[in-house]
Design a protein around this ligand. Structure first.
Ligand SMILES: Cc1cc2nc3c(=O)[nH]c(=O)nc-3n(C[C@H](O)[C@H](O)[C@H](O)COP(=O)(O)OP(=O)(O)OC[C@H]3O[C@@H](n4cnc5c(N)ncnc54)[C@H](O)[C@@H]3O)c2cc1C
Length: 472
């Protein structure tokens, strides 16, 4: 039986970062799918490439965790900074989320006038800047010492943010902006749904600030698809693709791992599976540990298009409608176009990924026939409103279209929940840390602190990597 010091299960952002940072150790990475990257992968279908989920890359800037990690790996990504991070369209209102604060504020004031817009957005930006200046963020819950170390992080945060940290986002909106129009509220919530998977009524001011400030950072387009970053950083890693881990058993000093192809031994295991799915890999005590995490029903509905056009488009748009999308929990959808200069993604026309939010339970209960019907209904609704806005694209130019629900994500990357867990005051106490109570067993990914997306998962991976370095 092959023996390893470190086995990583899954090549999502979290698993890939940990594997790359530990490639000089005696390691192995298992990935069930044929593509690397999970929600951040790029796949090929009908001869065309599509980004499965993630399309925007943020955090590659000085003093940011991702730049630090990539520097350590001697890796420079092939990326392009988007001048407009997102163009948001609501009825006739258009707001370009640009990095320049004054330019952005002018548009907000024009579209959603409020005498305190400057105070509101300045505070949002300030909180985000202060957050990313906090060094040495730690979060662990396995011993008294670890709680004390984590409390030190919270102490630093409280020192910086005072009670703002605990304030609800909605009460802050009301306090500064007063009673805002439904349209303005919908604009704020639609932006938050993309970045923190929640609306303002469900998050703290800190989460809202981090979510709304996303486009104040450099937002990048990734040439050759998001999955190419993962493939590049895993180049020197011992990767076993198309190999699913089925069962893991703990022995005294190591774990026995059973995959779809064989049996292995490892002293340490990093699970990049979600904390809701990890229970399926274990029996007894470890199974019980994972069973206690309450399932988050949130997921994604994605539509993929190939468009035969040579017209110029921005990289990202968000369209906010007056009504909710059928079978979804949102009235907005996020559109990402490939760049025409990207020869891999745009070889047969634009590759477009459209995403919105849905619930796992919506799809799970349907019969095969109803599932097909409802999926088509949602896809057609999105397509109709997409064509409504992009009147320079005709339906004949759409040469390919297909969609994914939570069931599709389950089939390919073993997770129904997509988009991770939003951090608010309540979930911060429930969300697990990277270390488990079991020696040599660790978690990484967007259902573990510090949450979803490149910045959140990378922050969690950096905390885990420090812990692993003490062990390996
Ligand atoms: C539609 C959508 C759009 C998004 N847009 C953005 C965006 O623009 N920018 C951004 O930064 N973030 C975005 N996100 C969030 C981001 O993609 C995720 O938070 C992040 O990619 C999750 O990484 P992870 O480490 O949790 O791994 P995951 O993506 O969950 O990957 C886990 C991997 O483990 C593998 N695996 C699972 N079980 C097993 C097993 N038993 N054996 C072997 N392998 C296994 C899976 O196949 C998968 O490859 C988006 C998410 C979605 C769903």
């Amino acid at each position: 039986m092959q023996k390893y010091d470190l086995a990583i299960i899954g090549s999502g952002i979290g698993g890939a970062l940990i594997a790359a940072l530990n490639k000089d150790k005696n390691h192995i990475l298992f990935e069930k799918d044929s593509n690397l990257g999970g929600c951040a992968s790029t796949f090929k279908r009908f001869g065309n490439y599509y980004n499965a989920g993630a399309t925007t890359f943020v955090g590659y800037e000085e003093n940011h965790i991702i730049k630090d990690m990539f520097n350590k790996l001697n890796y420079v990504p092939d990326i392009f900074e988007s001048k407009v991070a997102i163009r948001t369209i609501q009825n006739k209102k258009v707001v370009d989320r640009v990095r320049n604060f004054e330019e952005f504020l002018l548009q907000i004031q024009e579209n959603y006038p409020n005498e305190n817009n400057r105070i509101f957005w300045k505070k949002i930006k300030d909180i985000d800047e202060k957050f990313w200046q906090i060094k040495d963020i730690h979060f662990a819950k396995y011993s008294l010492k670890s709680y004390i170390k984590s409390l030190a992080t919270f102490k630093d945060m409280i020192k910086v943010f005072k009670m703002d940290l605990f304030k609800s986002a909605s009460s802050f909106i009301k306090e500064i902006l007063g009673d805002i129009t439904q349209e303005y509220q919908s604009f704020i919530d639609a932006q938050l749904l993309i970045t923190v998977q929640s609306k303002s009524k469900d998050v703290s001011l800190l989460s809202m600030a981090l979510g709304l400030s996303y486009p104040f950072h450099k937002v990048f387009y990734v040439n050759n698809g998001m999955g190419s970053i993962i493939e590049e950083i895993l180049k020197e890693v011992n990767v076993h693709k198309n190999e699913e881990i089925i069962k893991i058993k703990k022995s005294k000093d190591y774990y026995v791992i059973n995959s779809s192809k064989g049996e292995y031994q490892a002293k340490n295991i990093v699970l990049n599976t979600t904390v809701y799915d990890s229970k399926n890999l274990f029996d007894k005590k470890i199974k019980n540990y994972y069973e206690k995490f309450e399932f988050s029903d949130q997921s994604a509905f994605t539509t993929y298009l190939t468009i035969d056009s040579k017209k110029e488009f921005l990289e990202h748009y968000q369209i906010i409608l007056k009504i909710d999308i059928p079978n979804c929990i949102s009235n907005s959808f996020f559109i990402s176009f490939s760049k025409l200069s990207d020869e891999k993604m745009s070889q047969n026309g634009y590759s477009v990924t459209i995403s919105t939010h849905t619930k796992v339970s919506t799809w799970k209960v349907l019969s095969t026939e109803d599932y097909k019907k409802q999926k088509e209904l949602t896809q057609n609704f999105i397509l109709e409103h997409f064509l409504d806005y992009f009147d320079n694209i005709s339906s004949e130019q759409i040469t390919k279209i297909f969609s994914a629900t939570s069931l599709t994500f389950q089939r390919f990357i073993g997770r129904e929940n997509c988009g991770g867990r939003a951090i608010n005051v309540k979930s911060a106490l429930q969300i697990p840390s990277c270390r488990t109570p079991f020696k040599g067993l660790y978690n990484v990914g967007d259902t573990v602190f510090a949450g979803q997306g490149w910045p959140g998962v990378a922050l969690g991976a950096s905390i885990l990597n420090k812990e692993l370095n003490e062990k390996l």
